[in-house]
Structure formats: C-alpha cells, structure tokens
Ligand binder design. Structure first.
Ligand code: ADP
Ligand code: ADP
Length: 219
C-alpha cells in the first residue's frame, strides 16, 4: 500500500474564517489542524527561542522568515497525529513556503485540495477587530457575529476570552497588505496546479463548513 495522505491547504485573507473552519474540519475528518499562527503563539507564551524570534514579526503583522517557519512545519507534520495528513491553516503563506511544502508532501501524493475562502476586505477588518480567542483551547469567537454564550468565557471550557495583541486595527491593515503582497499569489499558484476551489466565506459558519467538507475526499 502506498502511503497516501490528505493535505488540505486553506487559503484566504486574515479573518476569512480559516481557523474557525479548520477546527470544525478537524472534528469531521480526524485530520489535525496545523495552524502556524497557533504554534508561534504557543512558543511566545512559553518564551522559547522560536517565540522570541517570532514576536518582533508578529507584533508588526509581518511574516516570520520562511526558513524558520518551514522547519517548524516539518517538525509538526512528523508528529504521529499527522500520519494521515493535515488541515493547513495559515501555511503556506509565501511562494517559497508553497514550493517547500510541495516537496515535503510529494512522497504522500501531494496537496489534495486548496480551498480559498473569499470575503470582502472591509469584512476582514470588522471580523478581526471583533475576534476573541480562548486562552485555554484557542477556540475563536466574534463579539457580534459569533458571540459566546457567556460574555468573555469560552463555551467549551469556560476559559478566558482575550483579544490578540495583533488584532488591533492598525496591525490588521498591515496584515491585509502583507496578505496581498505575499500570500495572494498562492491563489494563482494552486489554480495553475488545478487544486484551487473557491468558497464564499460571507455565508454562515455552517454553510461554509458544508461547502468545505464537500471538497475534501480522504485518501
Ligand atoms: P482566520 O483564521 O482566517 O484569520 P478566524 O477563523 O479566526 O479567521 O475568523 C475571524 C473572525 O470572524 C472570528 O471572530 C470568527 O468568529 C468570525 N467568523 C469566522 N467565520 C465567520 C462566518 N462565516 N460568519 C461570521 N463570522 C465569522
Ligand atoms: P490570522 O489567522 O489572523 O491570519 P495567524 O494566527 O495565522 O493570523 O498568524 C499570526 C501571525 O503569525 C502572522 O501575522 C505572522 O506574523 C505569523 N505567521 C503565521 N503563519 C505564518 C507563516 N506561514 N509564515 C510566516 N509567518 C506566519
């Protein structure tokens, strides 16, 4: 039997709903969500060398250098829970990362599909500035669009909800610029490979999830 794995690359501007959808896809498919943003934040919290390096970039809304990010993803994908593939959330984010990822997953049948979640640019800013995240489990809410049952508390584990330092408006606008300069070219990259699928991210979380699930065929 060949070692086939299912790698899904979620694309979309900051706030498109990648993290929200990746968590739901993890439950539906059993493939782990691999969020480079979450891994960087974990390292930041634990004050590791990687966290210290990443902080200066994250604070500005800039990208952490490719070599560091790629090595981190290689380590993550070598973990046993990723033996059947992964839902990639926030990686790759540059063409160099996409090329490196292609080489990494080529022995396992390559990238399965690259859905791009599309939303309006102003919606991006509105969604990100209202985003709140659980300190304990990382679950994501929105103060208006997707509020928790009890204000300031996570529905799942009652953890404290907080606003990420980089979710302030000025940083969000810079992240949007970084997205267009460095990450949006990946849409053409995956289109050319026949892997791109467009999903309307302006729909409800449930409808977006249904659209994404219909695109994923486990190998
Ligand atoms: P990304 O990982 O792409 O940056 P998130 O999943 O963190 O995006 O979502 C950004 C914000 O938008 C969060 O506050 C989330 O609750 C909210 N959100 C996500 N999907 C939807 C949706 N379909 N409709 C309304 N709000 C959404
Ligand atoms: P969002 O979901 O709001 O787009 P993330 O949590 O994915 O944000 O990322 C937060 C920050 O972590 C980014 O602004 C960037 O500094 C860093 N980061 C995350 N993923 C990558 C990546 N693939 N390459 C470089 N930097 C990254």
């Amino acid at each position: 039997m060949t070692d086939k794995r299912t790698y899904v690359v979620l694309l979309g501007a900051p706030g498109a709903g990648k993290g929200t959808q990746a968590k739901l896809l993890e439950q539906a498919t059993g493939l782990p969500q691999v969020s480079t943003g979450d891994i960087f934040r974990y390292n930041l919290k634990n004050e590791t060398e990687l966290g210290k390096l990443a902080k200066s970039y994250m604070d500005k809304g800039a990208l952490v250098p490719d070599d560091v990010t790629i090595r981190m993803v290689e380590d993550r994908l070598a973990q046993p829970d990723a033996a059947r593939g992964a839902i990639m959330d926030g990686f790759p984010r540059t063409l160099a990362q996409a090329d490196a990822f292609d080489r990494l997953v080529a022995p396992f049948g390559g990238v399965a599909v690259a859905p791009v979640i599309v939303i309006d640019d102003e919606e991006t800013v509105y969604r990100i500035t209202g985003r709140r995240s659980c300190r304990a489990c990382g679950s994501v809410y929105h103060i208006i669009l997707n509020p928790p049952k009890v204000e300031g508390r996570c529905d799942k584990d009652n953890g404290e909800l907080y606003q990420r330092d980089d979710d302030q408006e000025a940083t969000v606008r810079n992240r949007l610029l970084v997205y267009y300069k460095q990450t949006a070219p990946l849409i053409g990259y995956y289109y050319a490979k026949g892997l791109l699928r467009e999903v309307n991210g302006g729909e409800t979380i449930e409808l977006v999830q249904a659209a994404l699930r219909s695109l994923i065929k486990l190998k």
